[in-house]
Design a protein around this ligand. Structure first.
Ligand code: ACM
Length: 418
């Protein structure tokens, strides 16, 4: 399927230019709480849940982030300056995310914060990063339709996760989809994209349902799977619920060969928690799987297991959580001798490339999202995914891909005239 084209926009201004042109003198900006690295250290925030319903995946993001910081410091830091992580546990709760973000940005004056799994938590912290001109590095796959000047997005957007996956599912299993997700913005927006794709492919939605975060009782949902007999169960359930859904699916005697779950959110981490036999035969679309063979991935997996134990797994969110710290360090290194503030880091991050475990990645200089390598994996008994499809080239991020005419630029989202 052809990607919608975008662009025709002029490479634009850096983070603070907007405020400056509205008549705020530079001194106002200087005094407005802008974080600035001083002395021999660069303070960064680490904001992933270590408790609560999404700790199952966010713990791995915390670990991959801290490991990358250690690697950078062991190699001499950023032009000799050490990265100093300030770690907070937002407990899988958007209000706590906002409270901790305020502490990291206003109290600690971190020049960037690495954080969030759910889109709900990203939306909760955004006003703080925008108000204080700070920078949030977000590693998670998400629904797109966002274009903040204060976020670097390193996870997949729908054109990097669904564009090839949905046609592949229709071709291999059929056109009747049941959409099941957790009840918040991410699953609803991803399902809107799925419906647009299905409509183009002559597909049909036979059921759509949202369960509360942390939900663990799927019997009535599974009864609906049995009654509607979809060809594909398209899942955007997140956190602990992923484990419950898979276990109860198998216990109900459903067969992945006839009615597979096709997920955007089931990774090696949830599979490890549920046991490989419950994931066997189900599919996930993502730019990274632990089984991917590359020298960079072998090094990444070995480093994680050496630090966190031989049973530790890597996954499609921990990988960007890892590589985005390296991209941050490269951007900061480019600013040698100049002021290290979130807006200058953001501008320096545009166009940065890094040889990541999944392949060479790049931060787009227009929309601050990342070029990635989509893949489709089939879960195996050993908890790994067998990669059965992979993109031959990196895929440009297009956060408004499903909504032609809207384009993310350094000035924010703009409507392009037809
Ligand atoms: C998500 O909420 N972006 C997984």
């Amino acid at each position: 399927m052809a990607q919608f084209s975008r662009r025709g926009v002029v490479k634009g201004v850096a983070g603070l230019a907007g405020a400056a042109t509205f008549g705020f003198p530079q001194i106002w900006i200087k005094n407005s709480g802008l974080a600035r690295a001083a002395g021999g250290e660069i303070k960064v925030g680490v904001l992933y849940s270590l408790t609560g319903t999404t700790a199952i995946i966010e713990t791995s993001l915390n670990q991959a982030t801290l490991m990358a910081i250690e690697e950078i410091n062991a190699a001499g830091g950023v032009n000799g300056r050490k990265l100093v992580p300030v770690v907070e546990d937002p407990a899988s709760d958007p209000a706590t995310f906002a409270e901790k973000a305020r502490k990291l940005v206003i109290g600690e004056k971190c020049v960037s914060v690495f954080g969030s799994y759910t889109s709900a938590s990203r939306k909760a912290v955004l006003p703080i990063f925008e108000r204080y001109h700070n920078l949030y590095w977000y590693p998670t796959l998400y629904e797109g339709r966002e274009c903040s000047m204060n976020v670097i997005y390193t996870g997949a957007v729908p054109n990097q996760q669904q564009r090839d996956f949905v046609p592949w599912l229709v071709k291999n299993f059929g056109k009747r989809f049941y959409l099941i997700g957790s009840n918040y913005i991410y699953p609803k927006e991803e399902n809107n994209v799925c419906k647009i794709l299905l409509q183009k492919l002559g597909g049909e939605v036979v059921g759509e349902e949202y369960v509360p975060l942390g939900h663990s009782e799927f019997s009535s949902v599974i009864e609906k799977f049995k009654n509607t007999k979809p060809n594909v169960i398209f899942s955007t359930v997140v956190g602990d619920s992923v484990v419950a859904l898979h276990r109860q699916y198998k216990a109900a005697g459903l067969d992945p060969a006839k009615m597979p779950m096709a997920s955007l959110t089931t990774s090696e981490e949830e599979v490890r928690a549920m046991g490989g036999e419950f994931a066997l035969g189900h599919f996930t679309s993502a730019p990274y799987f632990m089984s991917y063979e590359s020298p960079e991935n072998a090094k990444f997996v070995a480093a994680i297991q050496s630090k966190y134990g031989k049973n530790a797994v890597t996954n499609f969110v921990s990988e960007p959580a890892y590589f985005q710290v390296h991209l941050f360090a490269q951007a900061a290194a480019k600013l040698a001798g100049s002021d290290l503030t979130p807006p200058t880091i953001r501008e320096a991050a545009w166009g940065q490339e890094y040889k990541a475990p999944e392949g060479l990645v790049k931060i787009d200089g227009q929309n601050s999202h990342t070029y990635l390598w989509p893949k489709i994996g089939e879960a195996q008994m050993n908890g790994q995914f067998k990669i059965i499809e992979q993109s031959k080239e990196w895929v440009e991020p297009d956060p408004y891909w499903a909504y032609p005419g809207q384009v993310c630029t350094p000035k924010g989202m703009v409507e392009k005239k037809a």
